[in-house]
Design a protein around this ligand. Sequence first.
Ligand SMILES: Nc1ncnc2c1ncn2[C@@H]1O[C@H](COP(=O)(O)OP(=O)(O)OP(=O)(O)O)[C@@H](O)[C@H]1O
Ligand SMILES: [Mg+2]
Length: 264
Amino acid sequence: MPTPSDLPLPPAAAASVTLEHLSKSFGTFEVLHDVSLSVTPGEIFVLMGPSGSGKSVLLKHIVGLEQPTAGRVSVDRHDASDPTTREKVRMALVFQAGALFNSMTVYDNLALYPREHRLASEEGIRDKVMRALQILSLENAAHKVPAELSGGMKKRVAIARALVMEPQLMLYDEPTSELDPVMSATIAEIIATLKEQYHVTSMVVTHDRDLALGIADRVGILLGGRLVFLGPPSALSQPADPRVADFLNPRIDLQNPRFKQLET
Ligand SMILES: Nc1ncnc2c1ncn2[C@@H]1O[C@H](COP(=O)(O)OP(=O)(O)OP(=O)(O)O)[C@@H](O)[C@H]1O
Ligand SMILES: [Mg+2]
């Protein structure tokens, strides 16, 4: 049985990511404000922040799905908004909701990218796909279509599909939401193995503090579209900024007047 240390990947040069004064507005609503950040090759960078703080929008800029209103995003010094950048640097985004092709089996979802890019013979692709499925405990799902899977299984299929792309840059949007603790630990091992054995750069958006503190080289915290914290996970135990402390250690207040409305 393969483990995360048997990932089907060749050594490839890890990519860097640079955000320079990135701002993004939708109409008059500013979602990201002047965010600057460099992720170095082989680093595991974890991005946290409350719901709606702009985390997914930030990731989408890196793969060119959103264009900056101001500032610049680059991957290995190539402009991320230029479509040819995705041909030069192999990057995989594991979407929050999976984004699988519903008409195709799990196997064909995984085989699509290596077939289109002729990464290997059909036999070689089969080997990569089956190994990725085994690592994520999905062997029995190979011939199912996404509609037949649970939410957590779809999430694992999305991660397996990213692995067979042999990426230089892995972007994960909430990789452990909907997963049980054992599978969450496997995902953490996969992310760490990609770094240690293949030097892959990873950016991980998560609400999962155990995952963040367990694997991150550095953590960034977005609040209201601004990067209010950037540093090693150890610095989060005593955050200087009270906004960061409140985000990390929310208090449950049962006296909150909002709950009074629930009382009969
Ligand atoms: N295409 C869009 N058009 C208009 N507004 C958008 C668009 N995409 C995102 N937004 C808005 O931008 C804000 C940030 O969205 P984003 O999806 O980045 O949040 P998030 O930090 O990923 O939240 P969550 O933790 O809930 O996934 C939200 O207010 C959202 O409504
Ligand atoms: Mg999101």
